[in-house]
Design a protein around this ligand. Structure first.
Ligand SMILES: Nc1ncnc2c1ncn2[C@@H]1O[C@H](COP(=O)(O)OP(=O)(O)OP(=O)(O)O)[C@@H](O)[C@H]1O
Length: 447
């Protein structure tokens, strides 16, 4: 049973960002199970509430994808063990020195996701401004746009862009002191530092940075002590001309519970928004991701996913991974009909119903022939091939039976229809031009 959870966890890792996974999913340890439920360990009630709110659906889905049965998910709070007592253990001097050095180094581990770069980011109309602003900051930190405040809805690429800034600065200057933190991590670390009387260490760590990247600042809303601490960190960095980049799901003014003095500071620099992507950008993102995974994603499938998905790119990526996994496990190429089957519970098809008549019209237009010629019995090659293609697409995209299709193609016998479908199926495997033609026609049908 634990294996089911480990497998589900591994799949979630592929879909979520490194940061989200390590913060929220990795700490969920398998505690046990009943016939109906899997019990997972959580470190606090806050943690439990957050996971239920944000990730329970995903967790359920990941589990049902790897188990034959549907399970409830239950959480049990297991408080982390307190740190060892203040009395330090006696250690040999050499060992102590080594540990100190290690501590020193780890202070500057930038914590960036190396996959999130400008190169791997698709720039479209919806994110152009934030992309350009991020590049400007990466090229000339702490000059024109300080702080840079990026805001936009869930899963639209804020974390990706701030990591890209950090990665680019680090590539130019490997010694740059860069720190990427989510605001929750900032808060948790601050609480721990208060608890173990290490506030000076905490403050110094942030105030030494050249670049401070704070993700999802909206989580600081209503947390007065955290905001107070962040305010002083902000001032210290700003005054020493260090770059600060902050992300949020809202414009500063619209974050309830954000102190006025922080809000006004965020407005000192540049505020750039990311809007939900249009279908073309979503297709471009899918194409880029599938290229990265070295998987062939046909255009019509990319369009189908892009149109069916919400604007959350994380969800779009999740769909792609699911499809890629299905194709690789069954050893088949990704096709539109496979995508429809695999996504049937996820994409509530809002694509229009495709009818035999629409297909006939589109194929006739493509080959510059008349619909009446397509339906005729004429056996010349310029008509036979389009006719077979049209019949094949009708079989793939409509629910019509062979005799029904035959009826609409001038009353042809169902064996003629079966022959046409088989013929095209066979040729598609070896004829890339034919494949491109079929995909092109299907794509136009869904436009
Ligand atoms: N324009 C884009 N090009 C390529 N990948 C993108 C783009 N936008 C988003 N993504 C991908 O979508 C996923 C989610 O993006 P990211 O985590 O940056 O979103 P976010 O806005 O920070 O979300 P949240 O509000 O949940 O923090 C990531 O894997 C990211 O690489």
């Amino acid at each position: 049973m634990e294996n089911i959870w480990l497998e589900a966890q591994a799949n979630l890792k592929k879909v979520l960002t490194g940061q989200t996974f390590s913060t929220w999913i990795e700490p969920l340890k398998f505690l046990g199970n009943t016939d109906e439920a899997i019990i997972l360990e959580v470190p606090s009630s806050f943690f439990q509430k957050y996971v239920i709110e944000k990730y329970l659906g995903m967790i359920r889905e990941a589990i049902s994808a790897v188990s034959p049965k549907t399970y409830q998910i239950e959480f049990q709070i297991v408080e982390p063990k307190p740190e060892p007592a203040a009395e330090p253990e006696m250690k040999p001097a050499k060992e102590e020195k080594k540990e100190k050095e290690k501590d020193k180094k780890s202070e500057f581990i930038p914590n960036l996701n190396p996959k999130y770069t400008f190169e791997s980011f698709v720039c479209g109309a919806s994110n152009q401004f934030a992309y350009a602003a991020s590049q400007a900051v990466a090229n000339k930190p702490a000059t024109n746009y300080n702080p840079l405040f990026i805001y936009g809805g869930v899963g639209l690429g804020k974390t990706h862009l701030v990591n890209a800034i950090g990665n680019q600065i680090l590539a130019k200057n490997p010694k740059a002191k860069i720190c990427y933190y989510s605001s929750e991590k900032f808060m948790n670390e601050m609480i721990n530092s208060l608890r173990y009387k290490k506030m000076d260490e905490f403050r110094n760590k942030f105030r030494k940075m050249d670049l401070l990247l704070i993700d999802d600042i909206q989580f600081m809303a209503g947390k007065e002590a955290t905001q107070e601490e962040f305010f002083h960190t902000f001032n210290a960095l700003y005054e020493s001309h260090k770059q600060i980049v902050v992300t949020s799901d809202k414009f500063p003014k619209d974050i309830p519970g954000l102190e006025e003095r922080l809000r006004s500071r965020f407005e000192w620099g540049l505020i750039a928004d990311i809007q939900p992507p249009n279908v073309e950008t979503k297709v471009a993102i899918l194409k880029k991701k599938s290229d990265q995974h070295q998987v062939n994603l046909p255009d019509d499938v990319a369009l189908f996913l892009a149109e069916g998905a919400t604007s959350n790119i994380r969800e779009l990526e999740g769909m792609l991974i699911r499809l890629e996994a299905f194709a690789s496990l069954t050893g088949n190429e990704i096709t539109l009909s496979m995508a429809r089957e695999v996504m049937k519970d996820i994409i509530v098809e809002k694509t229009k119903e495709i009818s035999v008549e629409m297909i006939q019209k589109q194929v006739a237009e493509h080959f510059r022939i008349k619909v009446s010629e397509l339906k005729s019995d004429k056996r010349i090659k310029t008509l036979v091939v389009p006719r077979q293609i049209a019949i094949y697409i009708c079989r793939e995209l409509t629910k019509s039976s062979f005799p029904e299709i035959g009826e609409k193609f001038g009353g042809k016998d169902h064996s003629t229809i079966i022959h046409s479908v088989r013929k095209i199926e066979k040729q598609l495997a070896s004829d890339p031009d034919l494949k491109a033609t079929v995909e092109d026609i299907k794509k136009k049908l869904f436009m």
